[in-house]
Design a protein around this ligand. Structure first.
Ligand code: 9MR
Length: 375
């Protein structure tokens, strides 16, 4: 018993030392390496914000200058019932960012997912346009209004397009009509006039989707409605997007005069026999033999491949740093990534820059080196 306790203590101390090394050694940090180019951030869960996950919290303070709440500011958590708001986790998150001088990103005001059923219902019937618009306005004014002046930018509308560039048949679209997007941006500008306002989606690198998003932004701007940038979520893999596809997307946005934020970056290292690209959380597949190969650890060869992939992607962001404003990773460490549950539940993925022991991975060094600042 004593030996086991001792061993546990030693393990905990080692982990803490690694975490410190990850966050606080004298080497260049992510935010330093990229400070002349764009913000670098991570999505946080409440345990990081509260400090319960102290190793992750140390990394965040040392490495990142912008943060996004992975879930805490969404419709479901903040507004679970009609007339009932719950701001505990969102308040803690925004306070944390403010206290640490970070650019706080609000995610997200209008989305088809993680929005409670009551929003779209009127008794047994579907809520009509006026009801839905009133609910949307109340939600945006209350949530974005609460944090007025403290949010760097809001993901106002999330995932409104399908990959072919047509509007997603979401309950917002069905209930309000196509102008639900411009209404959301109008309400958000009223609620927090100083916050930047973004349209955010995955697979924006697909040409039809990029074209649709650019058309949307131009259309809104022509009506005097403010849109400050577009978020490409960047839930990517080894083989997609192709570098040329990513550059074509960034070039199109550059020519359109639209800033780009890389908002939810992670790179899956796992086999993808379904050839699924994107982050539609409605999509699920059954595990197939051989699709969860790294439960005992990531082989060096794959680790190196991941580092190379991160390096080439950040190299491209650097080429487009006149329009790329921010790169946010969707999590801090591999032990807390949604990709362990998507699109198959219960796999072991390695998509981020810090491993399950909170140690910086070769991909971390590669990202530092890609800035050209040396290490
Ligand atoms: O990472 C988030 C996960 O913890 C939630 O269960 C999930 C539920 O909707 O949302 C995840 O974050 C999503 C983000 O808010 C929008 N783009 C896709 C992200 C991954 O699903």
């Amino acid at each position: 018993m004593k030996t086991r306790l001792h061993r546990t203590t030693v393990t905990v101390l080692c982990l803490a030392a690694w975490a410190l090394a990850a966050g606080q050694d004298s080497g260049t940090t992510l935010k330093q390496a990229w400070e002349k180019h764009f913000l670098v951030g991570a999505a946080l869960n409440p345990n990081v914000v509260s400090g319960k996950d102290s190793a992750a919290a140390a990394i965040v303070k040392a490495q990142f200058n912008t943060i996004t709440a992975e879930n805490a500011m969404k419709f479901g958590p903040t507004h679970p019932k009609s007339g009932e708001y719950n701001f505990k986790l969102a308040d803690e998150f925004v306070d944390y960012g403010t206290k640490n001088g970070m650019a706080v990103i609000g995610h997200t005001l209008v989305w088809h997912a993680q929005t409670p059923r009551w929003v779209f219902q009127d008794g047994e019937a579907k809520a009509g346009r006026d009801t839905l618009l009133a609910r949307m306005r109340d939600h945006i004014m209350t949530v974005a209004g609460r944090y007025q002046g403290r949010i760097h930018g809001w993901d106002v509308v999330n995932e409104a397009f399908d990959d072919d560039g047509t509007l997603r048949k979401s309950p917002w679209l069905n209930g309000i009509g196509e102008d639900f997007i411009e209404k959301a941006f109008t309400f958000a500008a009223e609620a927090d006039p100083k916050a930047e306002l973004y349209y955010n989606d995955y697979n924006v690198w697909k040409p039809e989707k990029a074209a649709a998003v650019i058309r949307l932004v131009k259309d809104l701007r022509s009506k005097g409605i403010r849109v400050d940038g577009v978020g490409e979520q960047a839930h990517w893999g080894f083989s997609y997007p192709k570098n040329g596809e990513l550059k074509a997307m960034l070039q199109a946005f550059r020519e359109a005069g639209i800033k780009v934020h890389i908002t939810e970056m992670d790179i899956s290292v796992l086999p993808n026999p379904w050839d699924y690209q994107g982050a539609d959380i409605g999509k699920r597949f059954d595990e197939l033999p051989g699709t969860n190969p790294y439960t005992e650890g990531l082989p060096d060869s794959v680790q190196a491949k991941l580092a190379d992939r991160y390096a080439e992607l950040f190299g491209i962001f650097l080429e487009y740093d006149d329009i790329v404003e921010r790169v946010t990773l969707w999590g801090v460490d591999d032990g807390h990534s949604w990709l362990d549950y998507f699109p198959v539940r219960g796999r072991t993925n390695y998509p981020l820059l810090f491993d399950r022991q909170y140690r910086p991975k070769p991909a971390f060094d590669a990202v530092i080196r890609a800035a050209g600042t040396g290490k």
